[in-house]
Ligand binder design. Structure first.
Ligand code: GLV
Ligand code: MN
Ligand code: MN
Length: 432
């Protein structure tokens, strides 16, 4: 079945929850579809996914929609100095810490329609459902759309949640990406680099943090389980690597005389794969970005800038693997007569979900009649930052064929609604 046909077919499936659940599955779907217009390729459709990289015009348009929908749900959205959008709903006891939940609406280039969007729009849907039922929770509720979760811009993710957790790196405000400083980028979305410290909150400022997200892997879809309960989130290390060779004429420079930076980068690409696969475990390693300079067919490449990214639940393991990659990079540089710069970029620690909150999600799912499975998250999430400040847990829903960070990313509408219903029930219990 083609993807377009699959989407059309999925659209025709009756939304299982619409009759019985306070979640308005059709509104959730139509908002996901409307948000998808922000960052859609000209002339494209929902099936073509989105490019909504943080701080882009598309991101700004998406954030405006989120704030409009927050207002419709009776919230008064506030943007903090890091650009995070928060909306608070009062509880009956205003002295209690709030239950916090949400996700992000930025995307990778050529990304999908569900990564982050589902959790953010479902958070608004939870507020709408509570309003419709006239339920006042004991604890206040706070929903959030985090800034630059993906970290495509400035090559460092979880920006907004790290600012809140006090985890920004020194000098991060001085970073420049595609000619724009982090300071100016923040100003574009209503943040303020000069007051970035004001975004920081103290540990324990929320009672519990929940994030609904698509799995982005294939476990739930393969096993036909509607709800995943995340046990923990991987640590992520990124390195910035530069090989400098010598740009020279491709026709006249003999093979033996070349200092080809792309040859070195290619050898390192293969070496990363060998190193990461060289021991048992679930660790993964990726070279996902490479710039070849001058990138012309008739010039021996003079310089390559590339990233190396390593992930595993064990931060120690990826630190050790990073060391092995650096050693190989130095050997390759010597062999190819290139100069090497190998810099550690960002590090995001792993995070375990709180066992009691995992049980709460399981109990909420059981009440709604959904089977669950516990599983780790190979993707990074803002919940990692929140885990430094308090207890967190995540709800996963199936990704068709486990595809994500791709326009082909797809979660069935019914699964989206199921996830939102579990989020509602979980938040309601946590806030009671
Ligand atoms: C974010 O989606 C990441 O895991 O890179
Ligand atoms: Mn995400
Ligand atoms: Mn993502």
């Amino acid at each position: 079945m083609t993807r377009r046909l699959l989407l059309a077919t999925l659209g025709a499936v009756p939304l299982a929850l619409s009759a019985t659940s306070p979640i308005d599955a059709s509104r959730l779907r139509s908002r996901l579809e409307e948000l998808s217009l922000c960052g859609r390729v000209a002339g494209g459709s929902f099936a073509d996914g989105v490019s909504r990289v943080a701080f882009s015009d598309a991101d700004i348009a998406g954030r405006a929609l989120v704030m409009r929908w927050m207002r419709k749900a009776g919230l008064d959205p506030k943007i903090d100095a890091a650009g995070n959008i928060f909306g608070r709903r009062a509880g009956s006891d205003s002295k209690l810490e709030p239950v916090l939940f949400g996700s992000h609406t930025d995307s990778v280039p050529n990304g999908g329609n569900f990564d982050g969007d589902l959790g953010t729009l479902s958070a608004i849907e939870v507020i709408e459902a509570l309003n419709a039922q006239r339920i006042v929770t004991r604890r206040p509720l706070e929903i959030v759309d985090w800034t630059n979760e993906e970290g495509v811009a400035y090559n460092n993710g979880l920006f907004g949640s790290r600012a809140v957790a006090g985890l920004l790196d020194p000098g991060e405000m001085d970073a420049v990406w595609q000619g724009v400083s982090q300071k100016d980028a923040l100003k574009k979305i209503g943040g303020d680099a000069g007051r970035i410290d004001s975004a920081k909150r103290s540990a324990g400022w929320f009672h519990a943090y929940f994030e609904l997200h698509i799995e982005q892997g294939g476990n739930l879809d393969r096993e036909k389980i509607p709800i995943g309960v995340v046990e923990g989130i991987v640590a992520i290390d990124r390195y910035e690597v530069e090989f400098r060779g010598f740009a020279n004429h491709a026709g006249t420079t003999p093979m033996a005389d070349r200092q080809d930076a792309l040859l070195a980068a290619s050898e390192l690409t293969i070496a990363v794969n060998e190193i990461v696969r060289g021991e048992p475990g679930r660790q993964v390693g990726t070279i996902g970005h490479m710039e070849v300079i001058p990138n012309a067919p008739n010039v021996v490449p003079g310089m390559v800038k590339m990233t190396v990214e390593l992930r595993d639940l064990s931060a120690e393991k990826i630190l050790r693997l990073g060391g092995a990659v650096e050693t190989r990079a130095r050997e390759i540089a010597a062999k190819t007569r290139t100069a090497l710069e190998f810099r550690k970029g960002s590090h995001h620690g792993s995070a375990l979900a709180d066992p009691k909150l995992q049980t709460l999600i399981e109990d909420s799912s059981a009440k709604l009649g959904f089977a669950t499975k516990r599983l780790p998250s190979g993707a990074g999430h803002d919940a990692q930052s929140m885990a430094r400040m308090g207890q967190m847990a995540m709800i996963f829903v199936p990704s068709v064929n486990g595809i994500s960070h791709s326009p082909k990313e797809l979660t069935r509408w019914e699964d989206c609604a199921n996830g939102a219903a579990v989020l509602l029930e979980t938040v309601r219990r946590a806030a009671s």
